[in-house]
Design a protein around this ligand. Structure first.
Ligand code: PAF
Length: 290
């Protein structure tokens, strides 16, 4: 596996046949393939995944597809930012080799009716708040894995539960791919980068920092010896509410592997939060090491 210096526009592919041909050629030439699945509206978080892939693999494929099956009926599918031109510019700056940006029918043709039933780790948190979400994620991700034939796939820790779900799916279904989970990239004040951040006006952007503050409050409580998960969760909620973030989907302490709730913080524990700021739903998480 190797790294290369390069700055040129990635090859843009919009159909599965061309993608299959490109990756088959790369494999035949003995190249390793890194896959970065995205929904576009790229930011530094995505670009860190591209960098990780380029550092490890010979060919980096970035997929840009706003996957309709992972959005609920009242979610932001229609207004989700679509910024292909800018995405390609950013990918050129990072030296990504191929961008796969298909239309919806290329991945969900008429008659499509097979879905991947997600694993148990999908049942809590996001899975509860967004019924059907992970079924859409596992289905599209498995399709992308099959199409891209990558050796390694890169995901961000911001979608922590998603990464656990995909890791479990790959394990359970014997998918021959290595999953790498890369650290959350934050703005200088701590806000986790997200394509949805661009929905917020300056006042909401300010409020949104409450999510990071509630996670650092959890970390501080645990560092000061607090081991009762309910007390820590109450502290997290208090921080959100103080900053007028009142529509909270969850502020939870969970086992890092199963994402089941913990009652006592004895070992590494995930603090996870999902809340609405104005019309924008945000998530964030932090691993706590007591
Ligand atoms: O994390 C995302 O952007 C999406 O859930 C993914 C993995 C690209 C599947 O659509």
């Amino acid at each position: 596996m190797g790294n290369r210096e390069k700055e040129s526009t990635p090859r843009l592919v919009d159909n599965t046949a061309d993608l299959r041909r490109a990756v088959a050629d790369a494999r035949a030439a003995g190249k390793t393939i890194g896959l970065v699945p995205t929904m576009g509206a790229l930011h530094e978080g995505h670009l860190s995944l591209v960098r990780a892939s380029r550092a490890e693999c010979d060919l980096t494929v970035v997929t840009i597809f706003v996957n309709p099956t992972q959005f609920g009926p009242h979610e932001d599918l229609e207004k989700y930012p679509r910024t292909l031109e800018n995405d390609l510019r950013l990918l050129a700056g990072e030296g990504a080799d191929l961008a796969f940006a298909p239309p919806r029918e290329a991945l969900y043709p008429a008659g499509f009716s097979t879905y991947v039933d997600p694993p148990d780790v999908a049942l809590t948190l996001e899975g509860k708040c967004r019924p059907g979400h992970f079924r859409g994620v596992t289905t599209i991700v498995l399709k992308l894995f099959n199409l891209a034939q990558a050796h390694v796939a890169y995901f961000g820790q911001k979608d922590y539960q998603q990464a656990r779900v995909i890791d479990r799916m790959v394990h359970d279904l014997d998918v021959p791919i290595i999953i790498r989970v890369c650290p959350i990239v934050r703005e200088s004040d701590g806000l986790a980068m997200s394509s949805r951040n661009r929905y917020m006006n300056p006042a909401e952007r300010d409020k949104a920092l409450a999510l990071w503050r509630c996670l650092t409050a959890a970390r501080d409580l645990v560092a000061s010896g607090q081991r009762d998960a309910a007390t820590v969760a109450t502290g997290m909620r208090a921080v959100l509410q103080e900053r007028e973030v009142t529509r909270i989907d969850y502020a939870a302490l969970a086992d890092p592997d199963t994402l089941q709730p913990v009652t006592t913080i004895e070992g590494p524990t995930m603090a996870l939060v999902a809340a609405h700021v104005g019309k924008t739903r945000l998530i964030d998480n932090l691993r706590l090491e007591p």
